[in-house]
Design a protein around this ligand. Sequence first.
Ligand SMILES: Nc1nc2c(ncn2[C@@H]2O[C@H](COP(=O)(O)OP(=O)(O)OP(=O)(O)O)[C@@H](O)[C@H]2O)c(=O)[nH]1
Ligand SMILES: [Mg+2]
Length: 228
Amino acid sequence: MPDTNTEKKNVPAPTLELLATLYTLDQLKSYVHDRPQIALAGRSNVGKSSLINALARRKKLAKVSSEPGKTRSVNLFEVKPDGFCLTDLPGYGYARRGHEERRSWAELIQNYLEKTPALRALALLIDCRIPTQESDRVMADFAKAHKLPVIPILTKADKCTLKERSAQMKTWERILGVKPVAVSSVSKLGIDELWARLREAGRIEEVEEAAVTAENAAENIESPASAE
Ligand SMILES: Nc1nc2c(ncn2[C@@H]2O[C@H](COP(=O)(O)OP(=O)(O)OP(=O)(O)O)[C@@H](O)[C@H]2O)c(=O)[nH]1
Ligand SMILES: [Mg+2]
């Protein structure tokens, strides 16, 4: 019998690399990227950027703040060696920002979600301590309407009791029909399980991989590496 524990240890942990930071609709529209993408969406302060750092096992890859409204851009991170991307989005539902700023973020999030054909899944982050919010239900409905698979993630699990957590698990499993993953970016609870779910959802099929390899080869022919 093979020792599965040893096998697991030998699988290299994925790393994350920042590919693009897009602040405006124009930047978003002109950034063409066909790799499969999984978006991290959720209310401001739910812990999206912290989760990117926990997944990457780095402290400052994505900007984090205790002040809601920290992330103002669409940030694409490539998962290596897998090849798909995780996208850190600005948060929604934060009332204290100016109307104009909130409108422009909402527009950016909506455009990204509606106009990214390579979007494979929505990782919907929900604070495990907060009762179900209308804005999260709207996001869940959006995913359903667009037939987008959802990976529900209950964040800040280190801050809630087991009882609270299991009640939230049940609620969101009922709403989405999918079992959530409870995570903590502080204690790292659930990070391995989440990686497994993300890698499954973002897996590049062989046909796609061949296309990407061909695309990369073509790029290298068109623009040989220069040492400027
Ligand atoms: N205890 C605890 N705190 C967390 C956890 N994840 C995030 N936080 C804290 O929550 C606050 C917000 O975290 P961010 O990662 O910036 O949240 P965000 O969802 O990216 O916020 P926006 O960019 O504003 O949308 C920070 O003070 C983090 O330190 C967690 O798992 N446990
Ligand atoms: Mg953020």
